[in-house]
Write a protein that binds this ligand. Structure first.
Ligand SMILES: NC(=O)c1ccc[n+]([C@@H]2O[C@H](COP(=O)([O-])OP(=O)(O)OC[C@H]3O[C@@H](n4cnc5c(N)ncnc54)[C@H](O)[C@@H]3O)[C@@H](O)[C@H]2O)c1
Length: 375
């Protein structure tokens, strides 16, 4: 960090590389940042890909060698948006060079590797952030406030799902998301989001009973290829969960849910009310209060607006809708503020480790067909 400038080195220029760039850029224009942001270097596996992204995304330099970011004095933050299996090596190297690290989920394939990452960050004293962006929705902050203030009473039960359909077509070829070395399939990749939401809203999960399903047993090795490769990981995982608070619940992670694009949904029931949310309608949340007049009581729809911070940083009028990239902007802003203040973000590598403990316990439960207690 030179003076009030912070240099970003971004690795990966795909879906998330673009979303992180937009997140930083929108944050820069929406919030008062503690630093002047410098989109310094962008890296990808090939120079043409990195160079094309440099031009589109507005970085100063491009490279096909991510390791060159480690020793670059102009880079303070390494932002990792590469396939899951690469996160650990890149994050450990960045931490070893004293860089702050923003990394996509899932952090690493195993609990031990996540613990190794947490230990490394704590030893180096760097700030980290994981891409659990759905938690950054101002309406999830409202939900958390309502739960913490007792508005819906004691939480008794919870249902959740993270479902998409990008793997429903059996002709989708074998890719990095299906690599068994990545630590899992739908649960590790997208189920980590619903686990993070459960933990955020209801607290630590103490035990799980899970079942995994591999729906598409083999996939073409490449798009249109006749050669097939067996699939060993889960397309669907369903789990019953018990929370430390005594609440119980269930969730599903499913990337073959035909027609579903972003069903990150939950229902939280308490002794005095309930909260219902769907990411496909991310600008509204529904609240039920059991104490209201029985003739008129029912779920009330609350639209996101400036009274739900930090919505007002993006738009002065309620109901005009935030989008996915604003969630990334809130996440990026939280990360930059943490670097300025030294205060850990709620979704740093420690949270990535806690989520991975639940993921791994679900896989262990599915293998043994038994409840697994989470240490
Ligand atoms: N938080 C979220 O909502 C969310 C959504 C989608 C994906 N993700 C996560 O983001 C990560 C990336 O997913 P994506 O959908 O952007 O994938 P993607 O395939 O679109 O992009 C991955 C990028 O990494 C690059 N890459 C691969 N190997 C590299 C190497 N050795 N050096 C430099 N670059 C390399 C690829 O060329 C590509 O540009 C994954 O970990 C995924 O789980 C998170």
């Amino acid at each position: 960090m030179s003076g009030k400038r912070i240099g970003v080195g971004l690795i990966g220029t795909g879906f998330m590389g673009r979303a992180h760039t937009l997140g930083f850029s929108i944050a820069q224009r929406s919030f008062t940042l503690p630093f002047e942001l410098d989109l310094a270097v962008i890296a990808d596996a090939t120079l043409p890909a990195a160079e094309a992204a440099r031009r589109n995304f507005g970085f100063r330099k491009a490279t096909d060698d991510w390791k060159s970011l480690l020793t670059d004095p102009e880079i303070d933050v390494i932002d990792i948006t590469t396939p899951n299996l690469l996160h650990r090596e890149m994050a450990l190297a960045a931490i070893a060079h004293g860089k702050h690290v923003y990394c996509e989920k899932p952090l690493a394939p195993t609990v031990d590797e996540c613990a190794e990452l947490v230990a490394a960050t704590e030893k180096a004293g760097v700030i980290t952030q994981v891409g659990f962006n759905y938690l950054k929705n101002p309406l999830l902050s409202l939900a958390k406030d309502l739960i913490d203030s007792g508005e819906i009473g004691r939480v008794t039960s919870v249902r959740g799902i993270h479902a998409e359909d990008f793997m429903a077509d059996p002709t989708v070829p074998f890719g990095w998301r299906l690599d068994p070395l990545s630590g899992g399939g739908a649960l590790a990749d997208i189920g980590s989001h619903i686990i993070a939401s459960f933990r955020h809203l209801v607290g630590p999960i103490s035990s799980v009973l899970a079942e995994t399903v591999t729906l598409v047993k083999e996939r073409p090795v490449a798009r249109g290829a006749s050669e097939m490769r067996p699939v060993e990981i889960d397309d669907i995982t369903r789990a019953f969960v018990r929370f430390e608070s005594g609440a119980t619940g269930s969730f599903e992670a499913n990337w073959c849910a035909t027609g579903r694009k972003m069903q990150h949904d939950f229902e939280i029931y308490g002794t005095k009310g309930a909260i219902v949310f769907s990411q496909e309608r991310m600008n509204e949340i529904r609240l039920f209060r059991a104490g209201e007049d029985i003739r008129t009581r029912g779920f009330t729809t609350i639209w996101a607006g400036p009274e739900h911070p930090p919505y007002g940083a993006f738009c002065v009028a309620a109901g005009h809708h935030l989008g996915f990239n604003e969630l990334k902007a809130i996440e990026a802003h939280e990360f930059l503020n943490a670097i300025a203040t030294g205060k850990r973000p709620a979704t740093d590598f420690r949270e990535g480790y806690e989520v991975q403990k639940v993921v791994s316990a679900c896989y262990a439960s599915a293998r043994s067909s038994s409840w697994i207690t989470i240490a």
